[in-house]
Design a binder for this molecule. Structure first.
Ligand code: GDP
Ligand code: MG
Length: 168
């Protein structure tokens, strides 16, 4: 039987929890100071979605997003996207539109989920639920709220993306 392999890119400002999310989903761990393992471009996890085996390859950056220096190689061949912002970082929320455009420029229209991470810090939140919903609607994407720290909804993000890709 054919196995489906999907390249997923995780974009968003530095510090929103992208590397942590990949590490959480693929290794089941969470640390306060995740350092990208040198030489590793992506981590992978296999899941079953709608009766199909799907191999998800989650591509991490080495922090180049902070300098607006993500290379074309990072985006090349990506079939799905996680666009993340942080509950406690207003700039990361404001930057979501431009991240969507960057991905569109490099990859065209690919299944994308908007992720509001760090919902364990909602009491210090700087983005209202309405604003987040409006953003997702404006970008035409599903919004999923996660806490990588507490392991809330992380798996749902990737199940949703895999399912969307299979349906295309
Ligand atoms: P990246 O720059 O987007 O890759 O972000 P990192 O994965 O390096 O995470 C930045 C910081 O946010 C780290 O200290 C993480 O431990 C922390 N972090 C990531 N996810 C969460 C979360 O859901 N809740 C909280 N409270 N902290 C998180
Ligand atoms: Mg990172």
């Amino acid at each position: 039987e054919l196995e489906v392999a999907l390249k997923v890119v995780i974009v968003g400002n530095g510090g929103v929890g992208k590397s942590s999310m990949i590490q959480r989903y693929c290794k089941g761990t969470f640390t306060k100071d995740y350092k990208k393992t040198i030489g590793v471009d992506f981590l992978e996890r296999q899941i079953e979605v709608d009766g199909e085996d799907v191999r998800l390859m989650l591509w991490d950056t080495a922090g180049q997003e902070e300098f607006d220096a993500i290379t074309k190689a990072y985006y090349r061949g990506a079939q799905a996207c996680v666009l993340a912002f942080s509950t406690v970082d207003r700039d990361s929320f404001e930057a979501a539109h431009s991240w969507k455009l960057k991905v569109e420029n490099e990859c065209g229209e690919i299944p994308t989920v908007i992720v509001q991470n760090k919902i364990d810090l909602l009491d210090q939140g700087v983005v209202s639920p309405e604003e987040a919903e409006l953003l997702a609607r404006a970008l035409g994407c599903r919004l999923i709220r996660t806490s990588v720290k507490e392991d809330i909804n992380v798996a749902a993000v990737f199940r949703h993306l895999a399912s969307k890709c299979l349906a295309e």
